[in-house]
Design a protein. Structure first.
Lengths: 504, 327, 380
């Protein structure tokens, strides 16, 4: 007899779970007690086990999707059994709501230690509903309880309608690579597909130009509420703005389709909203990552910065520059042009830094589009050098000069100064030794470059004079951790100190 | 400014208005010789005599209609119902006569009458003596409905009600007669009808309370302040006409609303306020308007059940936390 | 209690004996109403005329002529109202006063202009006699801006504050406490105005009637309660609705003065009212008058009157108060046929003019929907 597999309650405070990974695929045989999937709860990643024997007939929740407790996530049955009745039940959502209630009741009855009793939840007449039992994965920590999903209301938490990989109607399940339609997977619907948003939140979002689809609601049933918008405004997740700008400007002659690209990874890249901006892939923000993000934001500000500083010996880079300029006086390559190129190359080796935090997903960029801070009369603007990793230093140099010129003339088009993946700000020409720069959201990091100057350093036990430059990278801690940033800087430093690496 | 009870404030209001205008008289059960079932009319018989302070038979329909007739030809009656539960017997005269006379005569008559008395729950008096009827009377155009929550409001509003040229349903609360508060002494201290009062300012949520629920709301707001939630308490004071502007302004500021009332929820004033907020400030809401009402059951006698049937500080605190998404 | 026999579904006139109510005074005559023989009816008619001829001596000719004019005015006005109703010019409820003219005309003729009158929804006659111009009454029936209640009251709610006509009231018995309050105000202020309160006999079963009579006698209020007993409350005959059918007897429960009056005799009504007015004005004492009358038409224009026999109606038409009164006046030589014809002519002109006025009067302006709700609206 076919059975429904529901999102199990795997922690006392759990209201919903994110399906981290399926350990079985449709058609696989499963047995009682066998691991079916990994589930991110609010506390840890847990393994969900099958409580029925048969074939995994249908997967109803895609990896990365978050569904409420009790939602039907799969169906186990005999290979040739008719499961259409169970499927339609799953779609109606009634079963899921009932499951959730009965799970809650049984937990109440059994106290915190009652998780194992979930296995016994209730056959209902003609069908059996199997729940799945969870065990913490080795090495995972319980962590401090998070109350984020403990809002009373089960009301409004609509279960996901069915739709597996083979379901033609399941467009929002296109996330084989984890970048589903942002709306369904990340919207404030608690997984119900429809965006649930409080009126004031909708109004504020419209005024601030925030795309609600990018937000996760913290209200009951995933309702997007006022504080979610306030937090989004603070973090500057203003996608809608850039979309708007695109609409306002004539489309550039060059479209991404006309630029044959060599994917850096086998991933399929999403087309960006800004014309000419880098395509990207997105992976869902894990429950833990979301918690980290929230906590960091609430502790030190909307974009939680941290800073990494390193000293770079620039003698060889300076030598390279001199040589190149001697080869062709027209080139007029600057140290900054070299820095841009090196940063772009280093970013390709550290995709975790070439990324941005998108509330419910982390966006990893295909290209290194480097924003170059240019001081202009009324302030600062960062024109973007697209795909710097693939461009020659001479080309970068020409582009930067041309962009800077037009920036000062205020003739940049919006798509020329938005949508960078990483920025560089250089105040060396002002004699600044070292400084920290503020991240330009939603970019993940910015590099602050100080002046290159001769300094005594110790090399092989001897004091020698070297051209030293100090750089400080500001990182968005929601997307970049300390070690991640440090490794990037290590590479950056290595290449700049030995520019021959550019040839590798 | 003297600190006096609500009972004394109401008494002062009637005394001052009777001194001021010989057309004002008081009629009701036990208002004269007995000095008022709740002593609100204490001393008035002695001062004004039995021509103006009149004990009526237990005949609510009769003396309510008598008052309306007297008002048609220019007197300014104050009709006391011993409790508003008994006004149910008089609703024909209040609704069919008082509320309609001006309209159906094409404006030829004004009906300057006040129906007053305690409304709502008391102390263990069970189902027939614990009803809050404001939604009944507020339903009808032609009536004004007033519900004071402090001695000062009681005095200022009752004086305005007596001077008003329209029928006013003035709803007191037995539980509040002994509540004390500062009341201005000047004889022309009036509070205009139709003006809400922000009893406490706040920014996170608006608690709209009236009559008995106002002191409860203020206590809840204090409690919530300790929990870091800033609550604005708005007292409409007049239910009809309702000062919806003050309410809407508060909602636009806080985006979250709880309406507290001791009446039953169904078709109640809280429902009306909720609907108007939805109509006028939908785009400012961050959460559905939450009502905290008396239980949707007749009032029981047993003390524990009676307590359960009425809003208290804890239920208001919980409701505010709910609309603020704090639990 | 087990001995009590009740036959609620059949009129008592056909139920033979009824031990529960058989002892009530005045019941026998009503029960046998259909069986009155023509000789008795003639005798009654002669007695009434004899009374009128005696009474005429006490009233001046101008008053008598005016009373006849008013009775005919009501009759023709109501006939035209019925016609206008069938033409769709009058809507809603329209309760006619045909057959009861002697009550309003007789009783109001005993009043001073500053006395108050209040009545039920059958109010056209009282309003016309109290002084409301026929134009304004008809316009009100037509729902026009020129109506005495600005088109907002309609047939049931005629008001005329200038003439102290305090309205037609739509809830059976509702005006009785109101009139009691008006009388209370007169006493409170020390004026000697009296209040006439009219109601049908069906209202006597309402609590409002009993509560009011109790208060009026208790506080000695100058109010005269006039029960126009037309013997039907809508479609239910008195016998089927009232345990004690002698309405005037009910005053005894409140120790109040009362009289039974022949409502087909305009002068009898005038005299009885005058006695009650004197009691009220001089002694501030209320009175209950039971005026026996008869509706010639149905309860309202939407009532075909199927519940009454043709013989019943015809019999009472022989007692037509206008015919009785004009016969008496002729017999006494106070008017002749030409004078009556002249009255008819003037009445018809007045009613035609009223119809014209009502037709031509504009409808109330749309904004009038929201006026007159409050005397002191609160504008913020």
């Amino acid at each position: 007899m076919a059975t429904q597999v529901v999102m199990p309650k795997l922690s006392p405070t759990m209201e919903e779970g994110q399906l981290a990974r399926w350990l079985k695929k449709e058609g696989d045989k499963v047995g009682v007690g066998e691991p079916l999937a990994e589930v991110d709860t609010d506390k840890a990643t847990m393994e969900a086990q099958a409580l029925a024997t048969g074939v995994l007939r249908k997967i109803l929740v895609a990896e990365g999707e978050t569904v409420p407790l009790g939602a039907i996530i799969a169906i186990i049955g005999e290979p040739d059994e008719d499961i259409s009745a169970l499927l339609s039940q799953a779609e109606s959502g009634e079963a899921a709501a009932a499951n959730k209630r009965s799970i809650e009741d049984s937990v109440k009855a059994g106290g915190d230690g009652a998780q194992s009793e979930l296995a016994n939840v209730v056959p209902d007449g003609a069908r059996t509903q199997a729940t799945i039992q969870g065990q913490p994965l080795a090495g995972d920590v319980g962590g401090a309880p998070s109350n984020t999903y403990e809002t009373a209301a089960s009301a409004g938490q609509t279960p996901q309608p069915g739709g597996g990989a083979g379901d033609s109607g399941a467009a929002r399940q296109s996330s084989g690579n984890g970048q589903s339609g942002a709306g369904a997977a990340t919207g404030g619907s608690g997984g119900g597909g429809r965006l649930i948003v409080s009126p004031i939140a909708a109004r504020m979002a419209a005024e601030a130009g925030i795309n609600l689809q990018t937000l996760k609601g913290s209200g009951p049933g995933g309702r997007i509420i006022k504080r979610d918008i306030e937090s989004a405004v603070a973090t500057g997740a203003q996608q809608a703005q850039s979309q708007q700008q695109t609409q306002q400007t004539p489309a550039p002659a060059e479209t991404p389709a006309q630029q044959p690209q060599q994917p850096a990874a086998p991933a399929v890249f999403q087309q960006p909203a800004v014309e000419g901006a880098s395509p990207y892939t997105e992976v869902p923000v894990s429950t833990m990552r979301a918690t980290i993000a929230r906590r960091l934001v609430s502790s030190i500000g909307p974009v939680p910065h941290f800073f990494l500083t390193t000293e770079i010996e620039m003698d060889r880079a300076a030598e390279l520059r001199r040589s190149l300029n001697e080869l062709d006086p027209e080139l007029k390559i600057s140290i900054n042009d070299l820095i841009i190129k090196v940063a772009a190359v280093a970013l390709m080796q550290h995709p975790a830094v070439n990324a941005s935090f998108q509330e419910k997903t982390i966006r990893h960029y295909q290209r290194a589009d480097i924003g170059v801070a240019v001081a202009v009369e009324e302030g600062l603007i960062t024109p973007v050098v697209r795909g710097a990793e693939r461009k020659g230093i001479g080309q970068i140099s020409r582009e930067v000069r041309e962009l800077a010129e037009r920036a000062r003339a205020r003739r940049l088009k919006p798509e020329e100064y938005t949508g960078a993946t990483f920025s560089i700000s250089n105040l060396g020409m002002f004699g600044i030794d070292e400084f920290t720069a503020v991240i330009n959201p939603p970019e993940g990091a910015i590099l602050a470059v100080g002046a290159m100057q001769p300094k005594p350093v110790v090399r092989e036990g001897e004091v020698v004079v070297r051209q030293i430059m100090r750089v400080t990278m500001s990182c968005d801690h929601r997307v970049i951790d300390g070690a991640t940033g440090a490794k990037f800087l290590q590479t950056f430093k290595k290449i700049l100190e030995n520019p021959l690496y550019l040839m590798t | 400014m003297a600190v006096i009870t609500m009972r004394e404030a109401l008494n002062q209001a009637m005394r001052e208005e009777m001194q001021r205008d010989p057309d004002v008289f008081l009629m009701g059960e036990e208002v004269a010789a007995y000095q008022g079932a709740y002593k609100v009319s204490k001393g008035l018989l002695e001062e004004f005599g039995d021509k103006r302070v009149i004990d009526s038979p237990i005949t609510e329909l009769g003396f309510a209609g008598l008052g309306v007739g007297a008002a048609m030809v220019g007197l300014r009656p104050i009709i006391e119902f011993m409790t508003f539960n008994f006004s149910i017997l008089a609703t024909d005269q209040i609704v069919n006569s008082a509320a309609k006379m001006r309209y159906m005569s094409g404006g030829q008559f004004k009906i300057p009458i006040v129906f007053r008395g305690p409304n709502g729950s008391a102390f263990q008096v069970s189902s027939q003596h614990s009803q809050a009827l404001e939604s009944w009377y507020a339903h009808f155009p032609g009536l004004k409905v007033v519900m004071p929550s402090t001695p000062a409001d009681a005095k200022g509003l009752l004086k305005s009600a007596i001077r008003d040229d329209d029928p006013v349903i003035f709803l007191e609360q037995e539980r509040m007669y002994g509540n004390k508060g500062e009341v201005p002494d000047e004889p022309d201290f009036l509070i205009p009808l139709g003006l809400a009062d922000v009893k406490r300012e706040g920014k996170d949520a608006t608690l709209i309370a009236r009559s008995m629920t106002v002191p409860i709301a203020l206590k809840a707001a204090e409690e919530l302040e300790k929990q870091g939630v800033s609550v604005e308490v708005v007292d409409p004071r007049t239910i009809r006409p309702l000062d919806i502007e003050t309410i809407i302004n508060s909602v636009k500021k806080t985006n979250r609303v709880v309406v507290a009332e001791e009446s039953h929820p169904f078709c109640g004033v809280g429902a009306e306020i909720s609907a108007q907020i939805m109509e006028r400030a939908f785009d400012y809401l961050d959460a559905p308007v939450k009502r905290v009402s008396g239980a949707d059951a007749p009032m029981p006698y047993a003390k524990n059940l009676e307590r359960l049937a009425l809003p208290d500080v804890a239920t208001l605190v919980a409701a505010v936390r709910e609309v603020c998404y704090l639990d | 209690m087990s001995e009590l026999k009740v036959t609620p579904m059949k009129p008592r006139a056909q139920s033979g004996e009824d031990s529960a109510t058989g002892t009530a005074a005045g019941v026998a005559e009503q029960d046998s109403a259909d069986r009155i023989n023509p000789a008795e009816l003639r005798q009654e008619h002669e007695q009434r005329q004899e009374h009128q001829r005696r009474s005429i001596e006490d009233v001046d000719r101008e008053t008598l002529t005016r009373m006849l004019y008013q009775m005919i005015l009501i009759r023709r006005f109501e006939e035209k109202s019925a016609e206008a109703y069938t033409l769709g010019k009058i809507g809603g409820f329209c309760h006619l006063y045909i057959g009861q003219e002697a009550v309003a005309v007789g009783s109001l003729s005993a009043l001073r202009p500053d006395d108050y009158v209040m009545t039920s929804y059958r109010d056209h006659g009282h309003s016309l006699v109290k002084g409301t111009p026929a134009d304004e009454v008809m316009a009100e029936l037509f729902g026009k801006a020129g109506g005495c209640s600005a088109g907002k009251g309609g047939s049931m709610h005629l008001f005329d504050a200038d003439n102290n006509f305090l309205g037609g009231h739509g809830i059976v018995g509702g005006q009785i406490p109101l009139a009691t309050g008006v009388a209370f105000a007169s006493k409170y202020r020390g004026t000697d105005q009296v209040t006439l309160c009219f109601f049908g006999e069906a209202a006597v079963n309402q609590g409002a009637f009993h509560e009011s009579l109790n208060m009026a006698q208790l506080w000695k209020l100058p109010c005269i309660y006039i029960c126009e007993n037309n013997q039907y409350g809508m479609g239910t005959s008195l016998a089927r609705a009232m345990s004690l059918q002698d309405v005037s007897q009910k005053a005894r429960a409140y120790n109040m003065a009362s009289e039974f009056v022949d409502g087909m005799d305009v002068l009898a009504v005038r005299e009885a009212t005058a006695r009650a007015v004197e009691r009220a004005r001089r002694d501030s004492e209320p009175t209950l008058l039971e005026v026996r009358t008869y509706r010639f038409m149905g309860h309202s224009m939407s009532d075909p009157g199927n519940y009454r026999t043709r013989a019943e109606i015809e019999k009472y038409q022989e007692r037509d108060p206008i015919k009785v009164f004009s016969d008496s006046l002729k017999q006494e030589g106070l008017i002749d046929d030409a004078a009556v014809a002249d009255i008819e002519k003037r009445v018809r002109a007045e009613v035609e003019q009223a119809l014209k006025f009502a037709d031509e009067s504009p409808e109330p302006a749309p904004e009038e929907l929201f006026t007159h709700i409050y005397a002191t609206p609160i504008n913020k």
